[in-house]
Ligand binder design. Structure first.
Ligand code: CMC
Length: 428
């Protein structure tokens, strides 16, 4: 009997089965052979919310949740945040290796070349109500872009997939900025391709009457780092949405709209917005114990705390905490930081949070930085979406080129009614 196997005894039949253990997993399909009779469907695994199910093999992002480690293609997030740039990281995620100087220039050129969006998109954005949430605008307009680029449907061609990836990475900031300007009733600002990726985004958000917008270099750098920190996070809710929807072979704009929708939820990308609301609600340090009590009793949640995978300090939160002070030095301190620090201190000493291994996650401090940059709360998840775009695209590419993947189609355990006869409404 090989060592890398699992012997299972089915106590219903007394039969033994040997299942191969590969990369710390057993294949769920192998369970199918375990039957009590010939017409039995075979055993399935039951795993709501995929808490212990690997849906794919992947070579993109590594997370060790217990140790608080995050690496893209093997490179520690701390090193990338300190030394790399968002476009270099985007290249790395998509191609598996860091680019040469020439490759990076070419990639940067390709992204920059595609930053404009069709004028009809502006009109589409105009049709939204004045107070429309920018995340709603973003996911709608990303989806709408599939109608502007029907060529994107050719998902079989690697070259075509690459072109659509350039378009998406390039246009997400433009759509996001337009959504923001619409909300503010301000004229849209066209991309300035002489600026960096982050610098141009700031230009499209904040340029007023000046002839040429010059971004604050500290804010520009901080935003680039924030994009890096959000660029991928393996099989989370939105990446899984990207893969699941993409597995139907729909175009990447439609898949990315689904991923953006997943990110919109308060338990995912909406948490940074929720953190600021929570801090405002708490209001002062004296109210923290009462808030902690309510969180422990399940009346509310300590937003920005806890993570499905990290059972340690989220390494992104460590980087962001440091980054926050650089931004505060440049643009002024966010007064909520003192409240956040105190909340963190109290929670990390509280048995409830310690026992459950609930630590600050990426969203705990990111909102404070965005707020200091002058960004409104509802734009926070939009920034997350811009940063996550290369990650979603890399996950999509990996899914499409993986021969083991098929259209995503989970099974269910049906516990509903058995067959019953329809009763006309007049007889009910
Ligand atoms: N505040 C209070 N209690 C919590 C919290 C929290 N933030 N998070 C988890 N718990 C408790 C939960 O009540 C449960 O307790 P018990 O075992 O007594 O029932 C235990 O901890 C385990 O929680 P869970 O809900 O089973 O954990 P999960 O893995 O399903 O949820 C989470 C992960 C991120 C959804 C959750 O921790 C949460 O809601 N956090 C607040 C929202 C948040 O900050 N989200 C951002 C996630 S990071 C960015 C991203 O990936 O998008």
């Amino acid at each position: 009997m090989p060592n890398d196997s699992l012997t299972v005894t089915d106590n219903r039949t007394g039969k033994n089965y040997e299942l191969e253990v590969k990369n710390g997993t057993i294949s769920a399909m192998e369970l199918r052979q375990i039957k009590i009779s010939d017409d039995d469907f075979g055993l399935m695994s039951y795993d709501p919310a995929y808490k212990n199910t690997a849906s794919t093999e992947s070579r993109i992002t590594f997370i060790d949740g217990a140790k608080g480690i995050l690496r893209y293609r093997g490179y520690p997030i701390e090193q990338l945040a300190e030394q790399s740039s968002f476009l270099e990281v985007s290249y790395l995620l998509q191609n598996g290796e860091l680019p040469s100087r020439r490759q990076l220039e070419e990639f940067t050129h390709n992204i920059t070349y595609h930053t404009m969006v069709h004028e009809n998109i502006r009109e589409l954005i105009d049709a939204f109500r004045y107070d429309a949430h920018p995340m709603g605008i973003l996911l709608s307009t990303v989806g709408a872009m599939s109608t502007f680029y029907p060529d994107a449907r050719d998902i079989e061609s690697a070259e075509n997939r690459r072109l659509q990836s350039y378009r998406l990475i390039a246009k997400m900031p433009t759509l996001a900025a337009y959504a923001y300007r619409h909300r503010r009733g301000l004229p849209y600002v066209y991309p300035d391709n002489d600026l960096s990726y982050a610098g141009n985004f700031l230009n499209m958000l904040f340029c007023m009457t000046e002839r040429r917008y010059t971004p604050n270099p500290v804010v520009e750098k901080a935003l680039d780092v924030l994009f890096i920190l959000h660029a991928d996070h393996e099989q989370n809710c939105s990446a899984s949405a990207m893969r699941a929807v993409g597995s139907s072979h729909v175009d990447p704009f439609s898949s990315l709209a689904a991923a953006t929708a997943a990110l919109y939820g308060p338990l995912h990308g909406g948490a940074n917005e929720a953190v600021i609301r929570m801090l405002n609600e708490i209001g002062s340090k004296s109210k923290i114990p009462e808030f902690i009590r309510r969180a422990k009793e399940g009346e509310s949640r300590l937003m920005g705390f806890g993570h499905r995978v990290y059972k340690n300090y989220d390494p992104r939160a460590q980087v962001i905490k440091k980054l926050a002070y650089q931004v505060f030095d440049a643009v002024g301190k966010n007064p909520l930081i003192d409240l956040a620090l105190e909340l963190e201190r109290i929670a990390l000493e509280d048995e409830y949070f310690v026992k459950r291994k609930l630590y600050p996650n990426v969203d705990f401090y990111s909102g404070l930085i965005y707020q200091s940059m002058g960004l409104p709360m509802d734009l926070f998840p939009v920034i997350f979406a811009i940063g996550r775009t290369p990650g979603w695209l890399s996950q999509w590419e990996e899914m499409l080129t993986d021969p083991a993947q098929k259209i995503a189609r989970p099974r269910q355990v049906y516990l509903g009614e058995g067959e019953r006869k329809y009763v006309p409404v007049s007889e009910r």
